[in-house]
Design a protein around this ligand. Structure first.
Ligand SMILES: [Zn+2]
Length: 357
């Protein structure tokens, strides 16, 4: 009898925890190495007139410049600074007392994505090599929960993600810079375009990664979808500030397109959360370090997070927050569904204001 009461109490507690959350679907998007400086400040006044980094200054100034910082950032990221500003939350404007940092000491991609998805800044994860990740990630944890099996997918431009997510072990669908095996006409077309593209950055162009994810969402209705964009980091390393900006702007437009689609689909509208972030920051324009990142590049541990969804109160640009860390995203993703992500590796609690606590 006691056992029965315990089980029933357990069930009631589990149900009530989950019932508090309105999120039924989650979309996560990352812009690789996108600096918070542009997210919150728009285009940089010095870099856009520096011929070394911006070939056609006149056109960039015309398209993205304004003396007013709010207008300037909205020109570069119209979706972030309209829809998310009005209905969601944006963290990471250090000029307004909102600091978000990576907790890992490496400040480059694999350690960053490992931290986002496993919640643990593991010192053993210290290269971008194709090494299978030993840490359990939150996507595979969610995929094991009731009602989520086979409903978790990732589309990425970079081909290291099958290792970061340990695809074979985790059992989630990861399409990373790869052909898309599908009878769906749109997905087949996107896959063919990718196969025949010139691959200017030696990875799948972000727009094709996006279309793959979008058409997969329409066809397969995943409950958790991750989209990993790549171009911003590659163009920044090349010192092509103009193209870095254009890619950032295009990805903002893809976010707007995706959010519009979400609102048009009854199974997603009103109970889907979108979280946008990055794997690492970059250096400052001083010493021209904005092109780079890593242990030796000051400030490249500084990141940002944007969130919108039914559990995320419309706080807009969040100011004077406590210090947040990238590793909190893993537990935040789980908590949005009312799940407690407690893997073998050590993790810390979620960002409660995103979860709605
Ligand atoms: Zn990089």
């Amino acid at each position: 009898m006691n056992k029965l009461i315990l089980i029933l109490t357990g069930l009631i507690i589990t149900c009530s925890v989950q019932a508090q959350q309105k999120t039924e679907n989650l979309i996560i998007v990352t812009l690789d190495g996108m600096r918070w400086q542009e997210v919150f400040g728009g285009v940089d006044s010095l870099l856009i007139v520096n011929k070394k980094f911006t070939r056609d200054s006149a056109s960039i100034v015309r398209t993205y410049w304004s003396k007013d910082v709010q207008e300037r950032r909205q020109k570069l990221f119209p979706f972030l600074w309209s829809t998310i500003l009005n209905q969601g939350q944006l963290y990471g404007n250090r000029l307004k007392g909102s600091n978000v940092n990576v907790a890992n000491k490496y400040h480059f991609s694999y350690p960053g994505y490992n931290e986002i998805f496993t919640g643990y800044p593991d010192t053993a994860v210290n290269s971008n090599d194709k090494i299978l990740n030993k840490n359990i990630n939150v996507l595979e944890f969610i995929n094991k929960q009731k009602g989520f099996k086979g409903k978790v997918a990732a589309f990425t431009s970079w081909d290291v993600f099958p290792y970061i997510f340990n695809e074979a072990r985790s059992g989630i669908y990861v399409n990373a810079d790869d052909t898309i095996q599908s009878g769906n006409v749109a997905l087949k077309l996107i896959s063919d375009m990718h196969t025949l593209s010139s691959r200017p950055l030696d990875v799948r162009p972000d727009v094709l990664t996006y279309f793959g994810a979008r058409e997969y969402l329409k066809a397969s209705h995943p409950r958790v979808l991750y989209i990993g964009f790549d171009e911003t980091d590659d163009f920044a390393h090349e010192g092509m500030y103009d193209q870095y900006l254009k890619s950032a702007h295009a990805e903002d437009a893809m976010l707007a397109d995706l959010w519009k689609l979400i609102q048009s689909m009854p199974e997603y509208a009103g109970h889907t959360t979108l979280i946008v972030t990055c794997d690492h920051g970059r250096g400052d324009k001083v010493k021209e370090e904005w092109t780079s990142h890593g242990e030796k590049i000051a400030d490249s541990d500084q990141i940002w997070i944007a969130a919108i969804g039914p559990d995320t109160k419309p706080l807009g640009e969040v100011k004077k927050t406590k210090q947040y860390y990238q590793r909190q995203l893993a537990t935040t993703f789980a908590a949005l569904f009312g799940f407690d992500f407690k893997p073998d590796q050590p993790v810390i609690g979620p960002i409660e204001s995103i979860v709605g606590k």
